[in-house]
Design a protein around this ligand. Sequence first.
Ligand code: MN
Length: 355
Amino acid sequence: MISIEKLQAFLPDLSTAALITSQINARYFTLFNYTDGAVLITKHEAFLLCDFRYIEAAEKNASSDVTVVKFNKLYDTINDIILHKNIKSLMIEEESVTVSQLSQLREKLNAELLTDSGLSEKIRAIRVIKTADEIAHITKAQRITERALTELLNYVKPGVTEREMSVELEHLIHVYGGERIAFELITIAGANTSLPHGVPGDYVVRDGDFFTFDIGSVYNGYHSDMTRTYAVGHATDKMREIYDIVYQAHMKAAEKIVAGNTTADVDLAARDYIESKGYGEYFGHSTGHGVGLEIHEDPRVYKTSTTILEDNMVITDEPGIYLPGEFGVRIEDMIVVSGDHSYTLADLPRELTVI
Ligand SMILES: [Mn+2]
């Protein structure tokens, strides 16, 4: 079933429609990226409402499953449609409509507003299962990131700064076709690698440092996410020991990414192993998250999560160990759930690499 049909199945009757005003959800259902409009989905139809700035592009690029409607005054056009389609109630997105938007909607629209229909949650549940096109876009974003990082590694050596590597990597991501970076790139080295979300600064890389790259690109609106930790020049025994524990934890979590398991099974596989090695207190974040039109989306992969993995979910597997003042290691791949033969979207090796 296509995404719009899944939402239509959620509508209880012909007189109830869903009004989608968040940009990301509107894009998701229409395949069209724009601002300042809305999507109205009735039991059997879907309308994309755009103003004159977007109308030509929308008619050309939006999904053929939606009817593009030009508006001069958005609320008047919504009222026209709901009058003609005999819509009495409108579900709105609880998680994104602001208090001021809500009072505007109440004032302007001639329908009952359903403020606790569960629409946002339902859309999250639909978005969690990716289509083949979505997986292709995420994969392409990943390939762009890998190509950029592979080239950048030629320049990573003692004497460069974290910031230089961040700027160069961002440039390469654009060169290789990324729309933009998926988040502020984390390119950190030395003792800074113990900060899971450290910010690249003027630190000058030295021989014997770990260098962590937590990086991603956006392609067609879809994000990629990957972390690699490299040793610069050489690695000490302790660096190798910690790296190996994180590597094993990553692989153990990956083995649990099987349709029918819970996301907690995945988290606990990594967490229990790291705890068994005595480093549990140094792994303070969850093991992963979904990736798609947003860099962090459902499902969340944490130790008490109850989400059951289903085919075509895309989740990250990213355990880490962070030793304050010393160094940290994280290894992250995106993995597509596919029965009991889930597959990674990363082509770059995960084993310890000395550069
Ligand atoms: Mn991540």
